[in-house]
Ligand binder design. Sequence first.
Ligand SMILES: Cc1ncc(COP(=O)(O)O)c(C=O)c1O
Length: 465
Amino acid sequence: MSSWTPDLSDRPGPRYRAIADALAVDVAEGRLAPGERLPTHRDLAFRLGVTVGTVTRAYAEAERRGLLGGEVGRGTFVLDPRPPDRPNPLAWHPRNDPAVVDLTAITPHHNDGDTALRAALAALAASPESLHALMDYGPHAGLPAHRAAAAQWMARRHGLEVPPDAVLITTGAQNALAVAITAFVRPGEVMLAERLTNYGTKALAAALGVHLEPVALDDDGLLPDAFDAACRRLAPKALYLVPTLQNPTASVMPAARRAEIAAIARRHGVLIVEDDVFGFLVPGAAPIQTIAPDITLYMTSLSKSVASGLRVGYLVAPPALFPRLEATARALHYCAPPLPVEIASRWLVGGQADRFVEVQRAECAARQTLARATLPSATVSGHPAAQHLWLVLPEPWRRDDFIGEARRRGVVVTGADTFAVGRAAAPHAVRLGLCMPRRRDDAARGLRILAEALADPASAALSIV
Ligand SMILES: Cc1ncc(COP(=O)(O)O)c(C=O)c1O
């Protein structure tokens, strides 16, 4: 029998629910395994200093959430949360091919949120007063409670102190970007971006007819002098950038350079569009928004920390710009769907999202260590907290040859040209989404294969005559 004794000290609210919540987390995070027998009601009550009735109620709640089962005379057991083997009707992605190690995307480490989701759905089902509001249209900027939860989260995890009414809820950072650009950059106008940038931004600019123009970057991110020169030459409307864990190079811009960029933008009347989807991975990297809140549109999301499928993002704007964003959100999607935002907000307020972040950060650190131990050190670039890694190819490798060779050996990666703005030559480098394979072992296998390929440049010679 397990000696499971949860720590309830940071769990406010009724004790029975705190016990059931702790149990859900411990099952999700593997501290309680399927089949494990739980302490008797009397034992656990004694250890926690609660009544036996409280434990009985807690176990009943956990049973209702599908976490526990019991048999008379045999006690209470942790149930296997996995459904029996049957085809998954929702599977769609080629990453499900077990023969291929797919490192193409920056996805978070799979955090086993299934248990948290089951618990959240059960809790929602038990609060009918909320359900009605969640089935209705919401306000364009989001429900007040959701904006308040977002503001608290950004203060805690992104170093951004803003009032809830500065926050517009979106369906992910991509949608926040769509709202921001649609609102403030007209078709045919110029927006600057790092020379290598988030592919979603390139796609959006193309769809909206916005001219994206490249600005040089180095190991610390966007170069201030190049930005200044581009402002003089092109009179841009806005600058889009990812100062923390830049996509694709994984650089983190130092504080002094952030201040320089803000000063240049102010001098030229350029709006800063700051994308901080990875900010939670680098505590202390203060967003540019904190230096120049009046000229910055700031966006982040829960895609990289909690779950990308919830499609929950946040757009922060100064009061003078907010009404135009709200009107644009209304034009594009009316409002973000309240149901997933409610689930996310419960996790933000209840502490579950913080636990997801801790799991995420630990897994990123472990995979980065693995990558740095496996790949030649001269090829590895980027900050070691990132979910991705920038692999700079050594001579004589050319980017496309390496991508082809890696593919032949069973690993897929994304080449620098995917991220290049404009038609200038892209570097001989590739991006590795280290957290994309669900299992760390698969990531390790992929990295070993890439290291072998790098060490064998003869394989770059194609049979072309
Ligand atoms: C820099 C950056 N911004 C935005 C996004 C899109 O985020 P979301 O899923 O919140 O739309 C990504 C996704 O990879 C990204 O890397």
